[in-house]
Design a protein around this ligand. Structure first.
Ligand SMILES: [Mg+2]
Length: 106
């Protein structure tokens, strides 16, 4: 399996060679194929799990190339901030659900 450093170099090389516009369009296309694969999966199509996993990998590769244009630090700063938001929201929803469950028991 290709190591993280090699992968990062590959993302950067692809991003530089093909340029932002081409890779951004490719990312759009892969995202739209992922949307379709999710629909197939949710509809229970027989080959959907393998299709979905492949599309996740395609989007992963394209996102990593887009990340290389803007810099991982900038993206991760936002990921950190949004992760905190999601964590708070999850705790809030869990608490709400616990309280509703308690309410329905009494
Ligand atoms: Mg494709």
């Amino acid at each position: 399996m290709i190591d993280k450093k090699e992968l990062e170099k590959l993302y950067k090389d692809c991003a530089e060679f093909w340029g932002f516009e081409k890779q951004a369009r490719e990312a759009q296309e892969e995202c739209s194929e992922l949307i379709t694969a999710i629909s197939h999966y949710l509809r229970g199509r027989k080959d959907a799990p393998a299709e979905l996993v492949e599309k996740i990998a395609d989007v992963y590769l394209m996102l990593n190339q887009l990340i290389s244009y803007f810099g991982e630090d900038w993206i991760m700063e936002i990921v950190d901030w949004k992760s905190d938001k999601i964590k708070r929201k999850l705790e809030e929803y869990k608490l709400k659900e616990q309280n509703e469950h308690k309410g329905s028991q009494s």
